[in-house]
Design a protein around this ligand. Structure first.
Ligand SMILES: [Zn+2]
Ligand SMILES: [Zn+2]
Length: 456
């Protein structure tokens, strides 16, 4: 049983929807769309995948808009043939989050049983206000076979920017506290409300991940999902935020959870600390509960899975990595790079952040096989993971700026791929990169695990 619902819409489809539904003449309008389900652990998300706009005879716009049976039957048939669910969307001529009129309830109650029996997926109703704020609900059958309506907690338009419509009843605005006074002064009330209500996942709680966790906690983020199965070793102590010698042998997620509780500026912070890999079903499902994911991993397989989630499940991933170079065993230089992976930006695989062949090696256990690893050169990138606290701190801080830009546009409309080179102290921005035209990740945008699951 899921206790939270969310809807995600690729931003290019959100634009088509709002252009159609919000009319210059102030009348209401409607349309249908297909969706793919995204099944997390606590959250079920609806990913809008294709819009079927009405043709002229399909609907009548006259105060209360209505549609013809032929249009409805046609979209049901299309949903069935594609194995997708069905959304019914309409507009109201007022701004803000929209409740339902008696006519809305009547219309959706009438459609829901047909949609459920034909598609085996619940009908999802969405309403936009005249300012593009969405509300949404899911029509489900209870175990006693009663049709029930459940409000969706948040609706997101996901692209280079993420615009979120929160259901204030389910995700109430964060109450002011003196603890985050300065943070709120910088971001402003509205943007702080947007950021603090996100569910943020951190995959990998090493040096960068633990710092990201602490920064987010101090900013007032209320909900965390931490995914890692590693334990703290003595040689991690020079760069693991929140750790001390007593923590050697403890799970990194446990120490990070403690750190978040100590640093949190919000009331009642919620933390799910998951002792799992994202390559296992448990870690994977927990990642799907999130609105944004920080990729603080150094192996190819978790990156490959996060790359899939960014497009297929419409959850932006903020990824970063650090490279330290040695020349004849002498430190030469270091550089770190970060990128937000989301609809409208290039993916990690096309950027060459990991090699697909190395994903297979990791799946086959080669990267944990001492005899295989012994065969690699000492400076092979799979073997070198030197790093120090100041490098991680700089990268973690830059990753937070990416989150802020993604959700609020503060710091510019978008950040590109950024690389910092220690030797010259220069941050370079790259924005010419794009995916291969046949990129499998981009081609599965908003399909959930319908096209392929990255777990094998
Ligand atoms: Zn209505
Ligand atoms: Zn790609």
């Amino acid at each position: 049983m899921y206790n939270e619902f969310a809807v995600s819409i690729p931003d290019y489809l959100n634009k088509v929807l709002l252009d159609h539904l919000i009319r210059d003449d102030g009348q209401e309008d409607l349309c249908f769309a297909l969706y793919a389900p995204s099944l997390g652990s606590n959250r079920r998300a609806v990913l809008i995948n294709e819009i079927i706009l009405p043709q002229e005879p399909d609907r009548q716009v006259h105060g209360n808009v209505s549609f013809n049976e032929v249009y409805f039957k046609g979209v049901c048939a299309l949903a069935m043939s594609k194995g997708m669910g069905l959304c019914f969307l309409h507009s109201h001529p007022f701004p803000g989050w929209q409740s339902m009129s008696d006519d809305d309830i009547k219309a959706e109650t009438k459609m829901a049983p047909t949609v459920e029996s034909l598609t085996n997926l619940p009908l999802v109703g969405l309403t936009t206000g005249s300012d593009g704020t969405w509300s949404a609900r899911v029509w489900e059958y209870s175990p006693n076979n009663d049709l029930t309506m459940q409000w969706v907690a948040l609706v997101k338009s996901v692209g280079v920017l993420m615009r979120i419509s929160y259901n204030d009843r389910l995700l109430p605005p964060t109450r002011y506290r003196e603890q985050f006074k300065r943070t709120r002064t910088v971001y402003g009330v509205q943007d702080h409300q947007t950021i603090s209500r996100l569910t943020v996942g951190i995959v990998g709680l090493g040096s960068v991940g633990s710092l990201v966790a602490e920064m987010l906690a101090r900013m007032g983020i209320r909900k965390f999902v931490l995914i890692d199965f590693d334990i703290i070793k003595e040689h991690n102590l020079d760069r693991q935020s929140g750790s001390s010698t007593q923590d050697v042998g403890k799970f990194k997620i446990a120490v990070a959870e403690e750190l978040i509780r100590r640093s949190a500026t919000c009331e009642n912070v919620s933390i799910e600390a998951i002792n799992s890999s994202i390559a296992l079903d448990m870690g994977y499902r927990k990642a799907l509960d999130c609105d944004v994911l920080f990729s603080c991993v150094d192996r190819p397989l978790p990156r490959y899975i996060l790359n899939h989630i960014a497009y297929s499940h419409l959850i932006p991933v903020i990824d970063g990595g650090i490279k330290v170079r040695f020349e004849k065993s002498e430190f030469e230089t270091a550089e770190w790079q970060l990128q937000t992976v989301t609809v409208g930006k290039p993916c990690l695989q096309c950027l060459g952040i990991y090699q697909p062949s190395e994903v297979d090696l990791e799946r086959n256990g080669k990267l944990d096989d001492p005899s295989y690893m012994a065969g690699l050169d000492n400076d092979h990138h799979l073997k070198t993971n030197e790093n120090i606290f100041p490098f991680s701190a700089n990268l973690a801080s830059m990753e937070i700026f990416h989150l802020i830009a993604l959700c609020t546009q503060i710091g510019g409309a978008e950040f590109n791929i950024q690389r910092y080179r220690l030797v010259h102290g220069i941050i370079s921005n790259y924005h010419n990169d794009h995916c291969d035209p046949n990129c499998a990740f981009v081609n599965s945008t908003a399909t959930g695990d319908h096209h392929f699951s990255p777990l094998q």
